[in-house]
Design a protein around this ligand. Structure first.
Ligand SMILES: Nc1ncnc2c1ncn2[C@@H]1O[C@H](COP(=O)(O)OP(=O)(O)OP(=O)(O)O)[C@@H](O)[C@H]1O
Length: 807
């Protein structure tokens, strides 16, 4: 997308001096707009909020109140630019733009354009150059004045009225800033602010500026990292200074910068990133004070301390120092900041201020803010605010930490238009879901009430001999593809359309869902075994009915597919297996975070609901939480969602956000492999054996042992980022799945019997010459499981080592 934009932007004359990379960077801020034939893009007298680049189509430019005399009308095509100066000068537009045919334009808002101009003064020079050409202003001095005028207007546009709301925090935090203000008021000088990213260095600079000089005075923000590149062109300035003894008659290289900031503040962000030579020149200029202004420099103190690059010559210019403590070391400020941020958001969006649940507050407090301190908190809360449909923000709406990474090779299946059409249209999947739901209801009815019919016996054999084994086999390869058509969900959707539940899922369910899934899975599996359910159609039918009823109850109580996400034992098993799958749904976090403000993937659009698993796509990095419903493919207006074929199990070594509690479930699944494979096939005899005492003791003991080991190894489940230990537990997925395939193979002979027309006969069919085919299949499954688990573990360790050495 940005490449296409960059292609058109590269044709704009005043971007001509930019490198292709710079053009790609600025392209992010431009948006596509389409106008039909006959529509006005801009009208004379209108104050344009954006400037436009015409990419496709023809536009008639009328410059005298819509008169159509040849002199006042011209037709322009692709590559023309409109409104750049009006935007900068804040003046009404001089012409009317009428589309002669369907037009596609790229637009950028005034504030974004001004920011780009401030970051890249080279673009100014080009604009000014063109301005003098078009206006035929022979006098270069005029363009110099214009230059400053344009620059100042751009600065005004980027002033901070909207950005900073005020300084929130505990009394200690606000007092510190107040004290600094008084100190500077009484002893004027320059200020150096030290702190991590997002701690509010810029905000404090603006606060001091506003109180010392007022909002109208210029507040010029300059980035130290690009200082030489961006402001190097001003070095040619020759300003003779006579008011300072030391620098009398010397030439000051950056005097023009000070002239722009005169009477206000020059804020140099990351001042220590300026090259040493320039730092010395800057120190000279600050000392000489060619134009009086308040200079504030900021230095980033990273979590892992970077060597300061500020030269003593420049350091000496700052008579005041302010240190801002990182947010993680002043947690008392967090609830106050949360309240302030949410109140402002609510005010801006005309909504009630949401209440943050106790668990969610706890999560916000426990997070180790490293990425961006208050900025990180603001981003998390903004997202939660828009994701929460009710006035409550709970654990489900808080997405923390890093987004999913772009890792390795993948093939996006959506690049083939027929796949894209099928998934975007949604009708195909809808029909399959509906057929599956009807068949499923017939199956339940038949198993309970008509199992004596021969057809039903065959269907019953299919449930155990085909359905379960196939689910166990396809999940590790194609992910939760079964969930995409699961009849439980279709029936749940049907019920939810009548009830529209709104109450949020309680936090304790969100927090401990892995235990719910684990306990339900253990209980159902145990019941299946002790009741010999694979030989009993009635029990099988009842189990399916009970599960469906439970799913309905949950979906009447809670929105989305809370059953699938927090309760379904089958979903838990399939989800865990699908961690190793070939197929994934992911998005491009850069597009989601930079462009999207409406979060359709989460909240839904029109008829199509939002993510049933309450996932915000840029943060989705594991298949456990994706049931391949493809709603996000239909909902995303930015084309950010991808359906990828990838290296199997890749997510295990790249996991960041998986529900770590599932390590307990993994442990349990691993633990029960021994009892289910060795005890269950033994045929019970006698009353006590009927209760499978020895099996049950072994089953639950191994389950508890496995679960406890999983918990112990992967703990603590404190943050959302997956630790190495969690990844190692998930790396055992192939082994777990192999074990369960081995168990399921016991039922496959039932299918064989069915095909042969003999009806279901239980385990023990399929013999070959030397060893039984089932023994061979089980041996192979075990071998493959061990091999794949070992390879995955090696990858996890290698990747971890690489990450560590990169850091
Ligand atoms: N104490 C605070 N009260 C209210 N808002 C705050 C506070 N501290 C920081 N913020 C907000 O956090 C955001 C980041 O602040 P600011 O831009 O000043 O950070 P910074 O330290 O300059 O880092 P960066 O270079 O990442 O911008 C701003 O939106 C600011 O309003």
């Amino acid at each position: 997308m940005n490449t296409e934009k960059a292609y058109y932007l590269a044709k704009v004359p005043f971007f001509a001096d930019l490198t292709p990379r710079e053009i790609e960077e600025i392209a992010v801020d431009f948006q596509w707009e389409t106008y039909p034939k006959g529509e006005l893009i801009l009208e004379q007298g209108q104050k344009p909020a954006s400037f436009y680049v015409l990419c496709e189509g023809l536009v008639e430019v009328q410059n005298k109140n819509g008169e159509r005399s040849p002199a006042s009308v011209k037709t322009v095509g692709s590559g023309s630019v409109f409104g750049e100066l009006s935007v900068l000068m804040g003046k009404p537009f001089q012409e009317t733009l009428l589309c002669m045919e369907k037009c596609r334009v790229l637009s950028i808002t005034a504030a974004d354009f001004a920011r780009i101009l401030l970051e890249r003064p080279l673009i100014y020079l080009s604009i000014i150059g063109q301005l003098s050409e078009t206006l035929d202003e022979a006098n270069q001095l005029l363009s110099e004045t214009k230059y400053r005028e344009v620059l100042r207007s751009a600065i005004k546009l980027t002033q901070y009225q909207d950005k900073f709301y005020g300084i929130w925090g505990s009394v200690k935090t606000t007092k510190e800033v107040e004290r600094k203000y008084e100190e500077i008021q009484h002893h004027p000088g320059h200020l150096l602010i030290k702190g991590e990213r997002g701690t509010g260095r810029q905000m404090i600079a603006w606060y001091l500026h506003k109180n010392l000089f007022g909002e109208i005075a210029p507040f010029v923000l300059v980035d130290g990292l690009r200082f030489d590149h961006q402001w190097g062109s001003l070095k040619t300035d020759k300003i003779e200074i006579n008011n300072s003894e030391e620098s009398s008659s010397s030439q000051l290289p950056y005097a023009k910068l000070f002239e722009i900031a005169a009477g206000g503040t020059l804020f140099i962000q990351e001042i220590d990133r300026i090259s040493p030579a320039t730092q010395i020149e800057l120190a000279r200029t600050i000392k000489a004070q060619p134009y009086p202004c308040f200079v504030i420099g900021s230095i980033q103190i990273e979590p892992r301390v970077r060597e300061e690059g500020l030269l003593p010559e420049l350091h000496k210019c700052f008579t005041h120092l302010h240190y801002i403590t990182p947010l993680r070391e002043r947690k008392r400020d967090i609830p106050i900041l949360v309240q302030g941020i949410l109140e402002k958001l609510a005010q801006k969006n005309h909504r009630k201020t949401p209440v943050v649940t106790a668990e969610a507050t706890q999560l916000l407090l426990s997070h180790h803010y490293r990425q961006g301190n208050v900025t990180e908190l603001i981003q998390v809360l903004e997202r939660s605010f828009f994701l929460a449909s009710q006035d409550t923000i709970g654990l489900e709406q808080i997405f923390f930490g890093p987004t999913s990474e772009k890792v390795g090779q993948k093939v996006n299946l959506l690049r083939w238009s027929f796949i894209e059409q099928i998934l975007k249209n949604g009708n195909f999947l809808r029909v399959i879901r509906q057929i599956a739901a009807v068949l499923f209801l017939f199956l339940i009815g038949g198993l309970i009430f008509a199992s004596h019919l021969p057809g039903m016996l065959k269907a019953f054999a299919l449930v155990w001999g085909l359905w379960w084994p196939v689910i166990t086999l396809i999940s590790p390869s194609l992910g939760r593809i079964w969930c995409a058509v699961c009849p439980f969900s279709t029936i749940m959707d049907f019920v939810q359309n009548k009830f529209h539940p709104h109450r949020p899922v309680p936090d304790f369910i969100v927090k401990y869902d892995y235990l719910i899934v684990t306990v339900l899975f253990l209980a159902i599996f145990w019941i299946e075994i002790v009741t010999q359910m694979h030989t009993n159609p009635l029990f099988t039918g009842l189990l399916l009915l009970v599960m469906q009823l439970a799913a309905i109850v949950v979906s009447v109580l809670y929105p989305r597919h809370a059953w699938c996400r927090h309760f379904c034992p089958l979903g838990g098993f399939i989800g865990t297996a699908s961690i190793g799958s070939l197929l994934e749904v992911r998005s491009d976090p850069a597009v989601c975070l930079n462009k999207c403000t409406t979060f359709e993937c989460y909240v839904g659009k029109g008829e199509v609901k939002g993510c049933p698993m309450s996932q915000h796509l840029p943060y989705l990095d594991n298949n456990l939480d994706c049931k391949l419903c493809f709603n996000c493919v239909q909902n995303c207006p930015h084309g950010s969602v991808q359906v990828n074929l990838r290296v199997p199990a890749r997510e295990v070594w790249n996991l960041t956000r998986v529900n770590q509690g599932y390590a307990v479930f993994m442990g349990v699944l691993l633990g029960i492999l021994f009892p289910i494979n060795y005890f269950e096939p033994l045929q019970p005899s006698g009353l006590l054996s009927q209760l499978h005492i020895s099996f049950s003791i072994a089953y639950f003991s191994f389950a508890v042992l496995g679960g406890a080991l999983g918990w112990w190894f992967a703990r603590p489940f404190k943050t959302k980022a997956a630790s190495l230990r969690t990844k190692l537990v998930f790396a055992l997925t192939p082994l777990v799945i192999a074990g369960h395939i081995i168990y399921q193979l016991n039922f496959v002979p039932g299918l064989q019997s069915l095909v042969l027309g003999a009806g279901y006969q239980g385990p023990g069919g399929f013999q070959s010459f030397c060893i039984s085919a089932s023994t061979a299949a089980k041996g192979s499954a075990l071998g493959i499981g061990i091999l794949l688990a070992s390879v995955t573990i090696i990858f996890v360790l290698l990747r971890h080592k690489r990450r560590k050495s990169n850091n």
